[in-house]
Design a protein around this ligand. Structure first.
Ligand code: NAI
Ligand code: MG
Length: 485
């Protein structure tokens, strides 16, 4: 078993006091590593290191230099991919094939922002005076970044890459359940050219994150996680008026009209909510089906759901691994119980047992049907393989149900009628909308939520913008006095 240290100011360090916590393999329930539990004093040390790095030269690093570092990080990720993908699976439970996709996306994310670094620039404004007016883009300074456990290294990359691109320094905290892939990857930061202290990694639970959010010398906080913690973060950040970006998940509708391609619909509904054990912020957890195909589609989904192969994520045949932790399993089992009182069970509804499953945190892929949109399983984020199927009659009713949620991260609509699809797209209150697909996303495109699903956007140029501030510069070209007094 490995005992890890954290990275502060380019040095590997223990927590002070020297506390550690256990990290588990969710497929077996066994402890696989020990990791430092950073105190507020450690967080303060990390923020000071980030500030020192920013003021000590990083703020003057050229865009080309920052871009090259990002390209080296991308190449390193590709070189280390098999080993890190295995570690990601061992720690998070997700199928190895999904870890490989995730880490390929990590490399692509570093490459994208490597290229973008030299394309970020300010503007020259045509003001009505004999002057040059400029809008300069400058890095915000020190960023605090708080990461969830569902896509450990990918969510870290979505925050590290744009911040490095923009020229910030940062303190990043992985989730307590899944810190290992980031700690391993951080070993390569220096050889990829990142100056000491530009990226600091602190490990710990909620209070470690809270210390980072409250810190007076952090200029911006980027968070992905629960709506509940998002609210706490926004409140805490108000005391120092730091900039905040939040990605808070959802209860996304996946809408199927009767004229959709049937086979694609069945597959798309299952993929939308069962991929990554349903631990996906944009999971299509509410499946809305038009009445003419309701029964037929439900039956076809159930038949396929029964064939989903559960097991260790390290087995290449596995389509669904364990959920991330004992707590998350308990949360899902609780919602499965709640659902049985609110709707009908078509398949699943409990813990998954059997050979190779009993020690791990496995839950059955579960489909509830005849769900009313006011039920708790239709309103609250479960973050597990639990689908709520809701019937509808027409376009207007589908939209009403789809938008009747405090969340607004994602949505999807399936139909062969492009007119209907685009009418629905325009009315959906969601930051990401798919037509005849659900889940694929690209670093080029914006990611973030409407309504209570979040604040700000990640990825693309929008992601870098979150780490910059704008400076107006007015250069007077009149040599004579203003002539006012
Ligand atoms: P969480 O929101 O508590 O944890 C996410 C991250 O925030 C972790 O790094 C955690 O250490 C940190 N954190 C926790 N409390 C904090 C605080 N007061 N200040 C600063 N940082 C803090 O999520 P949790 O408890 O692991 O999962 C609960 C539910 O949250 C899930 O069932 C799911 O519904 C939702 N969730 C949504 C995610 C998304 O992608 N939007 C990701 C993870 C969880
Ligand atoms: Mg929590």
């Amino acid at each position: 078993m490995t005992t890890y240290e954290m990275l502060i100011g380019g040095e590997w360090t223990k927590a002070s006091p020297r506390k550690t916590f256990d990290v588990f393999d969710p497929a077996t329930g066994k402890v696989i590593a020990k990791v430092p539990e950073a105190s507020p004093a450690d967080v303060d040390r990390a923020v000071k290191a980030a500030r020192a790095a920013f003021d000590g030269g990083w703020r003057d690093a050229t865009a080309q230099e920052r871009g090259r570092i990002l390209f080296r990080l991308a190449q390193k990720m590709r070189d280390e991919l098999p080993r890190l993908a295995e570690l990601e699976t061992r720690n998070s439970g997700k199928p190895i094939v999904e870890s490989e996709y995730d880490l390929t996306d990590v490399a692509t994310c570093f490459e994208y922002y490597g290229g973008l670094a030299t394309k970020l620039h300010g503007e020259v404004l045509p003001v009505p005076d004999n002057a040059v007016s400029l809008a300069l883009r400058e890095p915000l300074g020190v960023a605090g970044q708080i990461i969830p456990w569902n896509y450990p290294l990918l969510m870290a990359a979505w925050k590290l890459a744009p911040a490095i691109c923009a020229g910030c320094s940062m303190v990043i905290k992985p989730a307590e359940q899944t810190p290992l892939s980031l700690l391993e990857f951080a070993r390569f930061f220096e050889e990829c050219g990142l100056p000491k202290g530009v990226v600091n990694v602190v490990t710990g639970f909620g209070p470690t994150g809270a210390a980072l959010v409250a810190h007076g010398d952090v200029d911006k906080v980027a968070f992905t996680g629960s709506m509940e913690v998002g609210k706490i973060i926004m409140k805490s950040a108000a005391a120092t008026l730091k900039k905040v970006s939040l990605e808070l998940g959802g209860k996304s509708p996946n809408i199927f009209f009767a004229d959709a391609d049937f086979e694609a619909a069945v597959d798309g509904a299952l993929f939308g909510v069962f991929i990554n054990q349903g631990e996906v912020c944009s999971a299509g957890s509410r499946v809305l089906i038009q009445r003419p195909i309701y029964k037929k589609m439900l039956d076809a989904m159930v038949e396929k759901a029964r064939t989903i192969k559960l097991g260790s994520g390290l087995d290449r045949e596995t389509k669904m691994g364990p959920v991330v932790s004992k707590e998350q399993m308990a949360r899902i089992l609780k919602y499965q119980r709640i659902g049985k009182g609110e709707a009908k069970v078509a398949v699943g509804g409990g813990r998954a047992t059997g050979k190779g499953l009993d020690k791990g945190y496995f839950v059955q892929p579960t489909i509830f049907y005849d769900v009313n949109n006011s039920a708790r399983i239709a309103r609250e984020e479960i973050f597990g393989p639990v689908m709520s199927v809701i019937p509808f009659d027409d376009e207007a009713e589908a939209l009403k149900i789809a938008n009747d949620t405090p969340y607004g991260l994602a949505a999807a609509v399936w139909s062969r009628d492009i007119f209907k699809c685009f009418r629905v797209v325009k009315r959906l209150q969601a930051g990401i909308v798919w037509v005849n697909h659900m889940q694929p996303t690209y670093v080029e495109a914006p990611w973030g939520g409407y309504k209570m699903s979040g604040v700000g956007r990640e990825l693309g140029p929008w992601g870098a913008e979150e780490y910059m501030q704008i400076k107006q510069v007015h250069i007077n070209l009149n040599e004579s006095p203003i002539g006012w007094y």
